[in-house]
Design a binder for this molecule. Sequence first.
Ligand code: BGC
Length: 746
Amino acid sequence: MKRISALFMLVSALISCSDKSVQRNNGKNNAYIQKADSVLSLMTLDEKIGQTVLFTSGWDVTGPSMDENYKEYLKNGSVGAVFNAFTTKYNRELQKIAVEDTRLGIPLLFGYDVIHGHRTIFPIPLGESASWDLELMEKTARVAATEASAEGINWTFAPMVDIARDARWGRIAEGAGEDTYLGSLIAGARVKGFQGDDLSANNTILACAKHYAAYGAALAGRDYNTVDMSENELRTTYLPPFKAALDAGVATFMNAFNDLNGVPATGNEFLLRDILKGEWTFNGFVVTDYTSMNEMVAHGYAGDEKQAGEIAMNAGVDMDMQGGIYMKYLKESVGEGKVSEADLDDAVRRILEMKFRLGLFDDPYRYLDEKREKEEILNDAHLETARDAARKSMVLLKNENRVLPLSPDQKVALIGPLVKDEKNIIGNWAAAGDRNGTAVSVFEGFEERLGEGGFLYAEGCKITGGDTSGFAAAVATAGKADVVVMVVGELEGMTGEAASRTDINIPGKQKALIEAVKNTGKPVVLVLMNGRPLTLEWENNTVDAILEAWWPGTMGGHAVADVLYGDYNPSGKLTVSFPRAVGQLPLFYNHKNTGRPIDSGDPDQKYVSRYLYTPNTPLYPFGYGLSYTSFSYEVSTDKEKMTPEDTLTVTAEVTNTGDRDGEEVVQLYVHDKVASITPPVKQLKKFEKVFIKAGETKTVVFELSAEDLKFYNRELERIYEPGEFELFVAGDSDNSFTHAFELVDK
Ligand code: BGC
């Protein structure tokens, strides 16, 4: 502590005479940069390099571990940040080494993948995005930061803002789906949630926009795979959520593993120096993904690791996660003039600035408060938020003959391998979430509601494998019930990193189990737990109701029961299209037209852009989700022509035509009929989630301006073009246009 105060006084004294990099912050006089510069001026080359090094503590290793000697490195000042370390006890021990045993006593950053909760786990991000509730997503990120920061963490590797359109890719689970507009709003909300208004508060942490860039477009949905796309597509579809995260003040960016147009993202000067740090004037720092610097050798882009380090630093990578390259080779590279010390200084300044912003130089132990740790972790308010988030994330995909909601007088049988599950239910990347008993299973959710023995149960089969020995008992159990609820899905490890699939069916013998149970003639409700769109055509044709529950998190079991019994009327809407067949992938609603679109009802129509035997359309479209009530729409526009100075007012009178109160996500889609770059067939432009009482009508007003009609032209300028447009307002993306308007020059 003494050493820090001495350093801090020195820093304060030096501030007045140091302003050399202030211009980087758009000319704003940034006191943090001055402070960082003051520390920088005291540092040796080795100490500077140390700040650019991030090592895992050895807990939760997500890839090949480079080195087990991280504690030695800490003592030498060779490490600036540690990840996969948490709990006040452990992190205090590590921080103490950095503060007390190194020459300058610069505190460490502690990073961790706090993706959808820390100890209290919320639905996976893809599931949560189906709530279309930005406030909720900001809130869950806030709670996650509150818990994580109470256990020593001050930096999360989230949000993941990769647009993903290929359900084979396991990491689709971590993002906000296929739409750029919605994904950008969600990116901003999550950043605000993690970082709050004041980074120096002891319950806010640095966020990290990842994986920069275009990782979600991995060829054939295979993880880490090549990406080759036009700059227009990059800027139109994949970059906006990163820009939105930046506009929300995100402190850090993480490189993607993939190469983009022949250049690995980690060595991509165009992405990092030209766009991120140039055009967007990003002031935070850039960290590699786990050994992605080293992987430039395997990519065939660097001859050896030393060269990979030079490429990365020259391209604008400030911190090396787990690669050990900056630690081993950067000094030599600077000595040889292959890397400039000015670039290294810039990297270190950015890292130090964030340490100042977090308040770590004032008190390196500010995120290590045992009292907070006890109070915050899994507290009742957090658990209530988790229950609410889980309910709001669930999407009702089918509900024939209103089999749902269940009535308390019905005898229910719960069948399936995920009924009693407390391990998979919290999903992939569940941070420090407990997989051994903390999470509420569906079984427990029902038990709390119906009492012990208040329902029937059979497992039937496992999630994977070929064992059908439990079928007979499951069928017998179903036979005794009025209605069967089957909880089936994937293993949590079937989504997430390095978990791409070539078929996206419900795995193992679960489908056969559904068939056997359905053959009893009892109504069957499927509750799905999974991390990606699945192919459900057979299930859709077979069972009576389907509730997509995703991986709902710690309170998942209660939330499922709340929805099935109608205490919560489902309001989730898909943020990814569910294909009919895996061969349709990648599939997304805002695709372009071809020169030969399908234009007739003839299923055998030849020489048009279609598949043999399978329609082009998804089984469940983007924006889709049912409610226990129904809604009708009356839409009007206030003009037929608008100028770039005008706004077009689109008014939707939305009526709850059913007998239950409910929420509806009112969505506005626009189609640009002719443009100098072929336009998508439709694009989400606005939405609002509204609560409407049974029988009542709410008026939702959207204002469309020329700004909303902009796109990147061939010169990569963002422009609008006069011309004809059409629009509709509805509860999902699969609707016909109802109104036309024209954008005219003044
Ligand atoms: C993942 C990142 C993650 C990192 C650290 C990598 O394998 O791609 O998303 O933040 O590990 O755990």
